[in-house]
Write a protein of this length. Sequence first.
Length: 277
Amino acid sequence: MKQKINTSRYHRLCQASLILLILLSSSLVLNAQDLQVQIKSNHKIYLPIGDGPFPVVISIPGCSGVSLDGQKTDTGRPGDEGDRLFRRHYAKIAERLKEAGYLVLLIDYLTAENVPNTCGWEIHPKRVGEYIKETISFLKTIQKADKARINVIGWSHGGEGVLAWLSNLDEEPNGVVSAVAIYPGCSASKPWESSLPTLMILGEADDIALPSVCNNLIKSLPNKTNVQVKSYPEARHGFDMTEGPTVLSVGNGLTIGRNSKAGNRAWKEIFNFLKNN
């Protein structure tokens, strides 16, 4: 025996579901628009000399953030030398990449989120990955950018953002030719399916982003992935920095430190990787 349907109640439910769907859709659109506005106001473009189009590097800093305005934004947290060193580092690397002929978008996702520091994971790596996705879309509006030669490079928390972006790809990213994760945290990272050429740079003496965790992640990747790993002995977190001490305590028994020999080798490897993809 068929159950009799209360048609008026049924219509009310359908109307309510439709209104909810419209509201959710509107929210998603607004969020995407807001994120793109944040990207526009929280990035710095480093443009090489010439007519272009230039290959692109999307540069994603670590948890301390980045200095986009010189001395105004160099310092980070008061009295935190590690913050200062890292914030200055990404701008220096952007200049180096620009000199090598890359158009660089240096993204300040911390200021976009109104967060002074995300070393306590105030911004999840998945959210950082969303910034990468939106920045790739934003690149389409930039003249002199070669939209078919986009590279993504992230350090530390930004490197884990790169891995989160890879693991959430629905399809191969159009125009992106490589990804680099430099001493990324891998504790929350999931395996990905993309065959995008990926380079992971690890320091064997890193006591913040443990290389053993990343190595276990790499072992879990399917065969179709295309990952190279370069690991450097006696290299601490931040070993590619161009200034600062060789060992600096950042609290809780953790350290960062410059290692010129390992840093120079790593950057030679990175530039070769970018050139070949």
